[in-house]
Design a protein around this ligand. Structure first.
Ligand code: HMG
Length: 386
């Protein structure tokens, strides 16, 4: 039996209602703004309001997928995150309720730092290969939080994507070859008792670059496309300059000169959103697909990295007619519609991240987003629609 082509049928981005301009952070911290704009390749970072979190962003992205395609055939919802809101229940169960998805949908959360949305995509492809009539909803949603007044502070951010994985996809086909690389390394992690990540910045960069070399070698050994046949490269973007570094390092590893334009075409949204961990790679993909270039038939090399560390290199081929399902105007409206908050307001929101689940609280739905975190009662988180 020949397997059907499987891949991404539709993709929607979401982020928070608020944004910090890194010029404001540079002015407050006495850093040359060029370090952020040029050195890190970042201009802004999305910040959640008191009534926003990974569930509200994930539901907002998934709602737009469901509005367009309905729920028929969806039997699995994978929620990828590394900023989980509970040690037991999957955040996706809240999304399932908010969107009124059928009871006949299994929901599970996947974790391995920024990598797990890729595990969700590959797992979805496996389910669909077994039953091509099924469709899998994947949500990746994260809030990147580091301690304030650290070198990592300008590399925060928040965002989500939802994508539908199907047979005969309208956007891009997932090719079979994939290369993986796992190595235990203490570059970045978040202990259970901490709301902020622990990070060794320099080690994290070298571990990422080791990951791309290892994943590429495995991809090549498993029949992946030759590098000359890859038209664009989407690399995980903790800050967009990292994707440029990765691109250069991949070229050196393989022994070819790679044009930086092939990766710069993917960085437009993440420069303005910041790190969104699991969502970041797929927001980069959205930026490429929603840009001006005609990508029909193009092969995109995708590098997924999750600290700790797991890496994967795989490839997508863009479908003819893909533009009929891209969402450039929607994404631009979300980014342009965020409220710019000053550094005092942002740091007050940052401090809220450590809410105590022992204290009941009602949170008014004040942010201009479709779903809200409404507070805590009986130690459980509550959510509402606008
Ligand atoms: P830092 O101390 O600001 O680094 O930390 P720096 O002093 O080396 O400066 C950064 C760059 O700015 C350098 O460029 C400087 O030269 C340049 P590079 O040499 O690297 O090309 N620079 C300037 N450029 C123009 N004008 C200036 C200027 N001054 C300096 N005036 C670091 C940077 C990224 C380490 C820090 O922000 C950090 O720790 N961030 C968090 C960790 C991180 O993002 N790591 C990335 C790889 S790990 C990963 O991707 C996984 C992750 O997403 C999590 C997960 O998987 O779960 C993080």
């Amino acid at each position: 039996m020949t397997s059907p082509a499987i891949g991404i049928h539709d993709l929607a981005v979401a982020t928070t209602s608020r944004v910090v301009d890194l010029d404001d952070l540079a002015a407050r911290t006495g850093v040359d703004p060029a370090k952020f704009h040029v050195g890190l390749g970042q201009d802004q970072m999305s910040i959640p309001g008191p009534d926003e979190d990974i569930v509200t962003m994930g539901a907002a992205a998934a709602q737009r997928i469901i509005e367009r395609h309905g729920v028929e055939g969806i039997r699995t919802l994978f929620f990828a995150t590394e900023t989980g809101i509970d040690q037991s229940r999957a955040a996706g169960v809240h999304v399932h309720e908010l969107l009124g998805l059928p009871r006949t949908v299994r929901v599970v959360e996947l974790k391995q730092a920024c990598y797990s949305a890729t595990a969700a995509l590959q797992s979805a492809a496996g389910l669909i290969a077994r039953n091509p009539d099924e469709r899998v909803l994947v949500i990746a949603s994260d809030v990147a939080r580091y301690e304030v007044d650290t070198a990592a502070e300008p590399t925060q951010g928040a965002g989500a994507v939802a994508f539908l994985v199907t047979a005969d996809p309208a956007l891009a086909v997932l090719e079979t070859a994939a290369g993986v690389h796992t190595a235990e390394v203490d570059d970045f992690w978040r202990p259970n008792d901490s709301m902020t990540a622990v990070v060794d910045g320099k080690l994290s960069i070298s571990a990422y670059l080791d990951g791309i070399a290892g994943a590429w070698d495995d991809y090549a050994s498993r029949g992946g496309a030759p590098i000359a046949e890859i038209d664009y490269f989407c690399h995980h973007q903790p800050f967009t300059k990292m994707a440029v570094k990765a691109h250069r390092a991949l070229g050196q590893h393989v022994g070819v000169e790679l044009d930086p334009e092939l990766v710069l075409a993917t960085t437009g949204y993440n420069r303005r959103i910041g790190n969104s961990y699991t969502a970041s790679l797929y927001i980069a993909l959205a930026a490429l697909l929603e840009g001006d270039r005609d990508l029909a038939g193009a092969r995109i090399g995708m590098f997924s990295y999750g600290s700790g560390s797991v890496s994967e290199f795989f490839s997508l081929v863009v479908q003819d007619g893909y533009r009929a399902v891209t969402r450039a105007a929607e994404t631009e409206a979300l980014l342009a519609g965020r409220d710019r908050v000053d550094i005092d307001a942002y740091r007050a929101l940052h401090a809220l991240g450590s809410r105590d689940s022992n204290v009941d609280v009602d949170i008014p739905g004040e942010s201009a987003v479709p779903f809200h975190f409404a507070g805590i009662s009986g130690r459980a988180r509550r959510y509402t629609r606008s």
